[in-house]
Design a protein around this ligand. Sequence first.
Ligand code: EPZ
Length: 435
Amino acid sequence: MDRLRIIGGQVLSGSVRISGAKNAALPLMAASLLTDHTLVLRNVPKVADIDTMAQLLAELGVNVSDHKVDDHDSSNVASSSVCVSLNGSGLESVTASYELVRKMRASVLVLGPLLARLGYACVSMPGGCAIGPRPVDLHVSGLEQLGAKILLKDGYIEASAPKGLRGANIELPVASVGATENLMMAASLADGDTIISNAACEPEVGDLAECLVKMGASISGVGTQRLEISGVSTLRGTDYTVVPDRIESGTYAIVAGITGGTLDLLGARIEHMQSVADSLTKVGVELTKITDGVRAARVSREICPVTIETEPYPGFPTDMQAQLMALFSVSQGASMVTESIFENRFMHVPELCRMGADINVHGSSAIIRGVAELSGAPLMATDLRASVSLVLAGLAAKGETIINRVYHLDRGYERVEEKLSACGADIERIDEDHK
Ligand code: EPZ
């Protein structure tokens, strides 16, 4: 298994090309199941979760092909994204097996489109993961309201709607991103009108809605918590470019903050990261819009402590919580982070403490008392965002940090050591099999 080796202490500056958002690309790929025409997706990040979704869709009979697009933008910063073509005309299977679903919870996003297109779907329950049980009860109950018959058997969700789905008024008790996406896709081909209230309005949900509309779906209220979908009989293919990753953007903004540098985040959209920008401004890291993205710069001598609570969009994103905690570890004073979305999203805390961080967890809140300096150490990555918080801490720490189980990081961050090295970091990937 690969490891990352970091020697901390460099001030990082320069430009980083922000990749397409993994959490937009995954539902967009699942949308290929809704049509027998070709869906072309551009700016798809080259990360492991995308490969897993491609493998799952191929097993269902979708013809998936991709090709790398090597580009040099105006600032000559290398950007290599992937263009993926998906054609679901030859669907052969309606079963998403446990082997693949257990690797990636987002596999459950094939449930709604498969059911809407074929009238039947059998998808393994995703099971929990490191950050919590993460049930899919809202996906299931929403599909039942759309007329599906659902049987939970042997760890699988067996959904059927032989006469097709019909529109419904669905009120989500929790603004679930995945449930909103699954139900929006299913409702696009239902007979009649659907309203989804308390819908998630993350930019990735909006990206899916925009793509579905380009495919011929009738959706209004995009970007709000009330989506109105008028079902159509068929959807066409389209050519769609994935939105830049706001979480990757926020992560690299904290790279600038924790190392005391300035980074141009090329392609980033500040309008998708307002809550992060507001919080970082209070901390002493300024985000400003530039021609091709966002500039992140440490503007204060000290990192100032603040209190944050994670919330559904447009609140502070849970996917940025671990990264901010790394920054708070070297602030001047005590900060408090409250995680209100997931039950167990503090797996990074013991690892940060091994580096000398002073963090105490009390239920869903953590108190972080900043220390003058972290010390490099051998660390264990546990989940995607926890692993990147260890990278951030390693960049600021004195000495060498080794991060094991980097496959967690590779699920959602494209070429992290290349992007960081290009800005002056002393970081290398140790390929365990070929060292
Ligand atoms: C999406 O997960 C993202 N993943 C997550 O990013 C992100 O943290 C999360 O949204 C919240 O923003 C993708 O988009 C692929 P939810 P999702 O349904 O859809 C509860 C990352 O690091 N819930 O909005 O699974 C659930 O337990 C990943 O990139 C139910 O109770 O999240 C959680 O407490 C991690 N029943 C809350 O809602 C359900 O049926 C929010 O979950 C569904 C969810």
